[in-house]
Design a protein around this ligand. Sequence first.
Ligand code: ATP
Ligand code: MG
Ligand code: MG
Length: 350
Amino acid sequence: GATIGILGGGQLGRMLSVAASRLGFKTCIFEPNGDCPASHVANYHFKASYDDEAALKSFAAAVDVVTYEFENVPTSALDLIESIVPIRPNRRTLAVSQDRMSEKAFLSELGLMVAPYGAVEDAESLAAAIAQVGTPAILKTRRFGYDGKGQSRLMSPNDATQALADMAGADAVLEGFVDFSHEISVIAARGQAGDISCYDPGENVHLNGILHTTTVPARLTPAQRTDAVLIAAKILNALDYVGVMGVELFVTKEGLIVNEIAPRVHNSGHWTQNGCTIDQFEQHIRAVVGWPLGDGTRHSNVEMLNLIGDDVDRIADFAKGGSAGIHLYGKADVKAGRKMGHINTITGAA
Ligand code: ATP
Ligand code: MG
Ligand code: MG
């Protein structure tokens, strides 16, 4: 059987490895940290950093295709890997989504709605961006932000100095505050033949900047549900994408606004593990190895609850009902704000 290389060894890499293994593939992770969630289940682990050219070369030579759960792989490492083995999803997608400015420009050019935005490097460009998008607004680092990290809210232009200081010199983007009723995401997959399968949109609630719950079905009209899926499909087609992507959307009176895209399996798609026959992890593996996509139809209503930090100490309570799908990531240290696992509770038949 083929061996699948995975860049990144976190919980997403772990669940991708399990899915790949179930389909008869071997997995090989590339991850600098030794005791990482994926290292407990992958067949091979290159424990090296992204500037170790020799390690990157032997990793690439040991696998048949490379995918990733970690989007911030340096360009030099990607160049080296791609000279030896294909990377799926493709490089262009990574380039577009690694930087919030290029991501927003790409989405706007596709004719999709995004929050009003402007580039910020210094006090002058921040003042210009405030004049353009108004307040309230959110200043976000262009790169490396996740779980709401690297963000600062401006309730009025008076908050400009503090917000700029919060960026610690990093290039940023100012986004106008979107007046949404709720947030949803579409987990979409595209195969190598260009076939697309979208999971039913999930409704997302965040707590302290971190995803707290995803509920399916989301509160959407039939027209909004169709829009959400069409938006996701348009993005995947435009990128000639192969694999699973998470597309985060704000629901507003004016329509669906794209918040951001994640070119990988997504936390808000974890419900598919217990709500569908083919979950997002299997779907992603199928796409990257060139298999036909599986049927993403939802058979159950599900609420996915993230276990953050010491939530995980209450696992026995969560397990009591007997019908909750329990997914723990095997992380040794419990830390505040750390994703330790999740629980999928079936709330009814679809
Ligand atoms: P993730 O962990 O999803 O990658 P992130 O750090 O990249 O998160 P965003 O998704 O950009 O951050 O923002 C986190 C949350 O902050 C959003 O889910 C939403 O609740 C809120 N938010 C972000 N941008 C806006 C906006 N322009 N208007 C209103 N709320 C926003
Ligand atoms: Mg993000
Ligand atoms: Mg987000």
